[in-house]
Design a protein around this ligand. Structure first.
Ligand SMILES: [Zn+2]
Length: 269
């Protein structure tokens, strides 16, 4: 039923997701959902698309692991609880799944670029957050360019943004090599994916600074994306709407990024 490559990829995906659980990057339910999403992609699109999401997930984990001790020290993450939940996997996975199913049923290259960009947008956001938080530079708020505290939604750093765009570009190159796209088309496609993912990342920060619920922990004197801070104390909401959390913003931003790439592709390519 399965060829050798499929079996190797399935085993690798399983090991990778359970390594993430062991390292507390992902909850058990998050890993189960990630595996289900992977299987759906394998079913609809085969090994090449499956390999793309595995690589995106792998690079995201490397970025999460980067300077993890420092992130624990500043209470950006905690050792007590896994960093990403099933809600996080769903928010990032849904835009990817939408384009996976569209491509799998209609086989059009505009859905392929949507799929690659949905993956690249997820990676761009994760890498810019995970690298940006370790930056020595003070972050600034995307809406007014004023300096703000680390970890606040909508706060961006030059290092984080550049790292995010670089990771999206890298994933786009790898993806089109895996898909075996014609070499003379790859540069243009990579530019579209990298630009759309960077826009998705900026939209994510913009929504994060405006409509997303932001909390403040008075015990740690820092901002939090959740009502319960990593220190265990309850925070006070300082701005945004209660039901628009980081997951909703991630979903909206990544879906928009993928749609932007589809529009650019159908207009210019
Ligand atoms: Zn706290």
């Amino acid at each position: 039923m399965f060829d050798e490559l499929t079996i190797i990829l399935l085993i690798f995906a399983l090991l990778l997701s359970w390594f993430a659980v062991w390292k507390k990057y992902l909850t058990v339910s998050g890993a189960v959902l990630a595996n289900i999403i992977g299987l759906i992609i394998l079913f609809f699109n085969g090994t090449s698309f499956f390999l793309i999401i595995i690589i995106a997930f792998f690079i995201a984990n490397v970025a999460t692991r980067y300077k993890i001790k420092e992130k624990i020290e500043i209470k950006f993450v905690t050792r007590k609880k896994a960093i990403r939940s099933w809600q996080n996997v769903l928010a990032n996975g849904l835009p990817i799944l939408i384009f996976s199913i569209l491509e799998g049923t209609m086989h059009a290259s505009l859905f392929t670029i949507g799929y690659v960009t949905a993956n690249a947008s997820f990676l761009c956001d994760t890498v810019s957050t995970e690298i940006g938080i370790t930056s020595k530079e003070e972050p600034f708020l995307i809406t007014n360019f004023k300096k703000t505290l680390k970890g606040r939604s909508g706060a961006i750093t030059t290092l984080g943004t550049l790292a995010g765009t670089l990771s999206a570009t890298l994933l786009a190159i790898i993806s089109y090599l895996i898909i075996q796209e014609q070499l003379n088309r790859i540069i243009l496609l990579v530019i579209i994916v990298a630009t759309s993912s960077t826009l998705a990342n900026l939209i994510d920060s913009l929504l994060g600074a405006t409509i997303q619920a932001i909390y403040y922990c008075k015990y740690c004197a820092t901002f939090s994306e959740e009502e319960k801070h990593t220190c265990g104390n309850l925070c006070e909401k300082v701005s945004g709407f209660k039901y628009i959390n980081n997951h909703v913003v991630n979903f909206l931003a990544n879906l928009t990024g993928a749609l932007i790439s589809v529009v650019i592709y159908t207009t210019f390519v």
